[in-house]
Design a protein. Structure first.
Length: 157
């Protein structure tokens, strides 16, 4: 009996140590700063649409910013691991819209949804599902991340 209890206790301690090791594998969860040097300034007023769509520097900055700050929940290279939504799918429905003005309106609506989400975060029933990044990232960084996500959407098609 004592050996069974000791074996159980040893297994419990080992699994607790393994859990602690895995839980800390994500490392520092403090948001990493995003250097947006070289991007045209957007200004003080929040843009309604992504001003960097197709901008190669924004894509590079956005890829780095995403992988340092968003990937732990939304997945490496924007491929979700199931914890949070797959951000490559945000505006995929807009691609099938045939009418050009409706397609532009669809992308604008999704851009607004993205910006609202990243600025304000996501809280449901008092639980924080995504922290707010307004005051952490500037507008240029947020739009650079959106540019990266658009490129990942295109790559997944």
């Amino acid at each position: 009996m004592k050996s069974t209890i000791r074996t159980f206790a040893a297994a419990l301690i080992a699994s607790s140590a393994l859990f602690a090791l895995n839980a800390s594998a994500h490392g520092n969860v403090v948001p990493q700063s995003v250097d947006t040097t070289g991007l045209p300034p957007v200004g003080d007023k929040w843009a309604e649409q992504n001003p960097y769509r197709g901008n190669k520097l924004a894509l590079k900055i956005g890829a780095s910013a995403y992988n340092q700050n968003c990937a732990r929940c939304h997945g490496l290279e924007a491929v979700t691991g199931g914890i949070a939504p797959d951000l490559r799918l945000l505006d995929r429905d807009c691609l099938d819209v045939k009418n050009d003005s409706k397609k532009k309106a669809c992308f604008k609506e999704i851009d607004n949804y993205f910006l609202t989400s990243i600025r304000n975060g996501k809280v449901r029933n008092g639980a924080v599902y995504m922290p707010p990044f307004e005051g952490v990232f500037n507008q240029e960084a947020m739009w650079a991340i959106k540019t990266y996500l658009e490129a990942r959407r295109d790559a997944s098609n």
